[in-house]
Design a protein around this ligand. Sequence first.
Ligand code: SF4
Length: 82
Amino acid sequence: MPRIVIDAAECIGCESCVEVCPEAFRLNEDAISEFISRDGFEQCIQAAIETCPTECIQWAAIGDLDESTQASGEEDEPDGLA
Ligand code: SF4
């Protein structure tokens, strides 16, 4: 199953992904994008991928992941936003 990979080293914290798809992305305390949820928001996520100026968000298959990337395919409630 595809998952989302965000290359934190390339993220500049511009918030474009959050503006385009707040259901699936948020900035963490270091102003780096992190993935919240994928279910039901595939089109929105794809739009966020296409708007990212550094192209650091990608769909990736399990096995493509390494220590330099952040990935998530499971739902996670945003802190303080539930
Ligand atoms: S659009 Fe890309 S560079 Fe901007 S915050 Fe999101 S992941 Fe980071």
